[in-house]
Design a protein around this ligand. Structure first.
Ligand SMILES: *[C@@H]1O[C@H](CO)[C@@H](O)[C@H](O)[C@H]1NC(C)=O
Ligand SMILES: *[C@@H]1O[C@H](CO)[C@@H](O)[C@H](O)[C@H]1NC(C)=O
Ligand SMILES: *[C@@H]1O[C@H](CO)[C@@H](O)[C@H](O)[C@H]1NC(C)=O
Ligand SMILES: *[C@@H]1O[C@H](CO)[C@@H](O)[C@H](O)[C@H]1NC(C)=O
Length: 353
C-alpha cells in the first residue's frame, strides 16, 4: 500500500531527474556520473524508493547568495528562500528557476538592492531570515534583520511590519520562525537583543545571553516573551500535536523543550546537549526534527544534519561537507523525500536525497 502511495512522488522525481540529467553530469563530471546513471536506471526501470539513491544531489543556483531559511506553500510549491538582498525568491522548477515572490522592506530601493550580497545594508534593503506560511490564509511570516517580525500577504509583494520589540526591548537579530497551523500563532526567536546579523561572530565570541523565544498572536497583535536569557536562540519548531516547542541555542549547543500545554505548560527543560552549533530546527512529516549543526574543531568544519525525536533521542547524523561548501549551515529541511540545506554563505540551495 505504502509503495503505491509513493508513486506520484516517484514520478515527480523521475521527471526532475530526466530534466536535470544533463545538468548533474556537468556539475559532477566524474565521481558522480556512475551513481547518477545508476539512480536514473533504477527510476526508469524499477520505480524503487528514493532511499536507494541517497547522497548530495543537486545545487539549485540562486541569482543572490545567502539562503538563510526555506518554506514550502500549501500547494507544495517551493522552496521559497530568504536571501541577502532583502527578497524572497521561489523555485518554479528546473525550466524556470527562481523568481521573485516578495520582500520584507516595502520602500526598498530595488535598483540598489537587487542582487547585492553586502551584509551591512539590511537597514536599506531588508534581510529576511526564518520564514513560514500560514496555510489557511496564504500569508508568509518572516523574521527580518532590521524590521523584526513581518508578514507578506497571500500572493506575495511587499511586507508589512508587525512588531519590532517586546517588553520595550528591540529585536536585535530575529532568526527562526514557526507558524502553528492550528491557531495561526507565530513563534519566533531573537538570537540576541544586543547584536545584529552582521555581528553574528560577536554573539559567539562574547557568549551573548540576551536571546529570546517569542510568540505573536495575530488576534491581539501582541508579542509575548516566552523565554529570555538565551545564548544564540536560532531555531524554533512546534510539535505535531502543538503541545511543545523545541528551541536551539547555538552559543551553548543546546536544544530546549518549552511546554505549551499540559501540567508543565510555560516551563522549559534542556532536551539535548550537543557538540557543535545548532541553528534552525525543522519538523518532518513523521514528527521528527532535523537540526542544522556546524561542528568546528581545530582544523576542520563539519556541516551536519542531525535528526532527533521529540524525546531528544538521536536518530541519524549526516555530514554534508565538503559537497556543501560553506563555513556554516543554517537549516536542514525535509520535504517530500529530499533535504534542503541552507547557509548564509552559499549561492545555491543544496539538495540531498
Ligand atoms: C559578494 O560577492 C563578491 C563577488 O562575487 C565576492 O567577492 C564577495 O566575497 C561576496 N561577499 C559576501 C559577503 O558574500
Ligand atoms: C549592526 O549594529 C552595529 C552596531 O550597533 C551598527 O553599526 C550596524 O549598522 C548594524 N548593522 C546593520 C546591518 O543593521
Ligand atoms: C499585550 O501583552 C501585555 C503584556 O503581556 C498585556 O498587558 C496586554 O494587555 C496585551 N494586550 C492585548 C491587546 O492583548
Ligand atoms: C546538559 O548539560 C547541563 C550542564 O551543562 C546539565 O545540567 C543537563 O543535565 C544536561 N542535560 C541533558 C539532557 O543532557
Amino acid at each position: 500500500m505504502e509503495f503505491f502511495l509513493q508513486i506520484p512522488l516517484l514520478i515527480r522525481n523521475f521527471i526532475i531527474y530526466s530534466l536535470e540529467m544533463a545538468n548533474i553530469i556537468v556539475v559532477f563530471p566524474n565521481k558522480r556520473i556512475v551513481e547518477t546513471v545508476l539512480c536514473f536506471s533504477i527510476f526508469l526501470f524499477c520505480y524503487l524508493p528514493t532511499a536507494f539513491c541517497s547522497g548530495f544531489r543537486q545545487k539549485l543556483y540562486l541569482p543572490v547568495p545567502g539562503p538563510e531559511s526555506y518554506a514550502f506553500d500549501s500547494a507544495g510549491r517551493g522552496p521559497y528562500a530568504s536571501l541577502a538582498d532583502g527578497r524572497v525568491l521561489r523555485y518554479l522548477g528546473p525550466a524556470v528557476g527562481f523568481v521573485e515572490y516578495g520582500y520584507t522592506k516595502a520602500d526598498r530601493p530595488r535598483r540598489f538592492c537587487d542582487g547585492t550580497n553586502r551584509t551591512d545594508i539590511s537597514q536599506i534593503c531588508g534581510r529576511p531570515t526564518g520564514l513560514g506560511f500560514y496555510y489557511k490564509t496564504g500569508e508568509l511570516f518572516l523574521g527580518d534583520a532590521d524590521l523584526g517580525l513581518v508578514v507578506i500577504p497571500s500572493g506575495g509583494g511587499p511586507g508589512i511590519q508587525l512588531a519590532s520589540s517586546a517588553e520595550g526591548v528591540r529585536f536585535g537579530f530575529p532568526d527562526g520562525l514557526e507558524v502553528d497551523q492550528a491557531t495561526g500563532i507565530v513563534y519566533f526567536t531573537d538570537a540576541s537583543s544586543r547584536y545584529n546579523l552582521s555581528q553574528i561572530n560577536n554573539i559567539v565570541s562574547n557568549r551573548d545571553a540576551t536571546g529570546r523565544l517569542l510568540k505573536y498572536d495575530p488576534r491581539t497583535k501582541n508579542v509575548t516573551v516566552l523565554l529570555r536569557g538565551l545564548s544564540g536562540a536560532a531555531g524554533v519548531a512546534i510539535s505535531e500535536d502543538g503541545s511543545y516547542l523545541l528551541v536551539t541555542q547555538f552559543v551553548i549547543g543546546q536544544v530546549s523543550k518549552y511546554w505549551l500545554k499540559g501540567p508543565l505548560a510555560n516551563t522549559a527543560e534542556v532536551l539535548v546537549n550537543m557538540t557543535g552549533m545548532p541553528d534552525k530546527i525543522k519538523r518532518n512529516t513523521k514528527g521528527e526534527y532535523w537540526i542544522a549543526v556546524t561542528v568546528t574543531s581545530k582544523n576542520s568544519t563539519q556541516l551536519q544534519g542531525q535528526r532527533i525525536d521529540g524525546d531528544g533521542n538521536s536518530l541519524e547524523t549526516l555530514t554534508f561537507s565538503p559537497d556543501f561548501d560553506s563555513s556554516l549551515i543554517t537549516e536542514v529541511q525535509e520535504y517530500k523525500g529530499a533535504l534542503y540545506l541552507a547557509s548564509l554563505y552559499v549561492g545555491y540551495v543544496g539538495v540531498y536525497r
